[in-house]
Write a protein that binds this ligand. Structure first.
Ligand SMILES: C[S@@+](CC[C@H](N)C(=O)[O-])C[C@H]1O[C@@H](n2cnc3c(N)ncnc32)[C@H](O)[C@@H]1O
Length: 373
């Protein structure tokens, strides 16, 4: 027996032989054609075909959504259903092209079509403008799509990405000296914060807390939500000075300007929150930040991490397809699973690390931990 090989009976199948045969069969056009005609197999073949087709056309669906938002179709159809030619007149589009957009929007579930050929908002289409920050997020996706235009060179890490410039703090400089840029990214964050705050505060209870400090808290949207839910709590925002210029804080809150890369975090809070902060940064930055959070907390103090998370052993569309690629385009960050976040917390010295399931994990995931008392 040569080194590295092992004995097996003559007719014992190779470890992956069955898998290899199955892959070959599933990829054979003749098999596909047979399956699509066979009762029983037909349903499965159709479902697989549809799933593949949806993957192929996903970008077009997204662009229908983008046009739908950019042309403000929810606003135009707010009062009454309209035929395509009237929507075309209001948006200065060729009526035939508007008809194509409307039909596409019906197909992806944003509109419904009446027998008379008028279009009205579906439940999904009507809900869209009500989801805080969603329309802004959709419009800002042109930056991400440009970065993903050549996905293989993107995955090889070739070239710069536009998204990294959109979030200037990711490379370690103390944010940006450009107040317009800071205002732009802060607005996008603050618009989309409402849902994250709602989801986080649904599962994290703060009745026993005295002071909460939100580190990297943007313009204070999370603190405003905490303030509304816990009027007894003292609040503090720690942020980059350029962002603090745009802060809108509740009256009882104060703020401290600084960079968590270069400065220590102020003491005095028994709860420190990091909402959508860790996933922007590389492990080394996160480790250093968690060490500072640990130092700033009193014994028994709590850290609350809330951000979209990857699924780990069970990858999710939101965490592992969307946020993982988004953060990769930012170039420094990564979507981590709750287990990875927990590991980083344990390494920083925290105990009682707990992953708290949220209702909408595509909005955010939550991990809490305590500094040993
Ligand atoms: C993705 S945003 C999240 C903002 C807010 N927590 C939210 O969820 O809406 C990340 C925030 O971290 C802040 N940030 C980045 N680097 C920082 C640093 N070195 N020190 C302090 N804040 C920083 C940014 O200015 C930005 O507001």
């Amino acid at each position: 027996m040569s080194s590295g090989s092992y004995w097996r009976p003559r007719f014992w199948p190779e470890k992956h032989a069955f898998y290899r045969r199955w892959v070959k069969l599933a990829g054979a056009p003749a098999f596909q054609s047979w399956a699509s005609a066979m009762p029983g197999a037909r349903r499965l073949a159709k479902r697989d075909g549809q799933a593949l087709f949806d993957l192929v056309s996903g970008f077009v669906y997204s662009q229908i959504l983008h046009a739908f938002v950019q042309l403000d179709m929810p606003g135009l159809l707010q009062k009454e259903p309209l035929p395509a030619w009237r929507l075309a007149a209001r948006t200065r589009l060729d009526p035939r092209r508007m008809e194509v957009l409307c039909q596409g929007a019906v197909a992806v579930g944003l509109l419904k079509r009446s027998r008379q050929g008028e279009y009205r908002l579906s439940r999904l289409g009507a809900a869209l403008p009500g989801v805080p920050g969603l329309c802004e997020m959709i419009q800002h996706h042109d930056v991400l799509y440009r970065d993903l235009e050549d996905p293989v060179s993107f995955l090889r890490g070739e070239g710069e990405t536009e998204l990294a410039r959109f979030w200037p703090y990711v490379f370690g400089q103390s944010g940006t000296n450009d107040p317009d840029l800071a205002a732009r990214y802060s607005k996008l964050m603050s618009d989309s914060q409402a849902l994250v705050a709602e989801e986080t505060l649904r599962v994290v209870k703060l009745e026993d807390a005295h002071r909460l400090m939100d580190v990297g808290g943007g313009t204070g949207a999370f603190l405003r939500a905490v303030d509304a839910a816990y009027p007894q709590l003292r609040l503090r925002l720690f942020e980059l000075p350029t962002v603090l210029e745009h802060a809108d804080l509740p009256p009882r809150a104060d703020c401290v300007g600084g960079s968590f890369r270069e400065d220590p975090l102020p003491k005095g809070a028994d709860v420190i929150s990091l909402v959508r902060v860790l996933y922007d940064h590389a492990d080394e930055t996160v480790k250093a930040l968690l060490a500072k959070v640990y130092d700033a907390l009193p014994p028994g103090g709590r850290v609350v991490i809330s951000e979209p998370m990857a699924g780990g052993a069970t990858p999710t569309r939101a965490g592992d397809a969307y946020f993982a690629f988004y953060t990769m385009a930012m170039q420094t960050g990564c979507a981590r699973s709750a287990a990875q976040v927990s590991d980083l917390l344990v390494q920083a010295g925290f105990s009682a690390v707990e992953t708290i399931p949220t209702y909408r994990e595509f909005v955010t995931g939550v991990v809490v931990a305590r500094k040993p008392g």
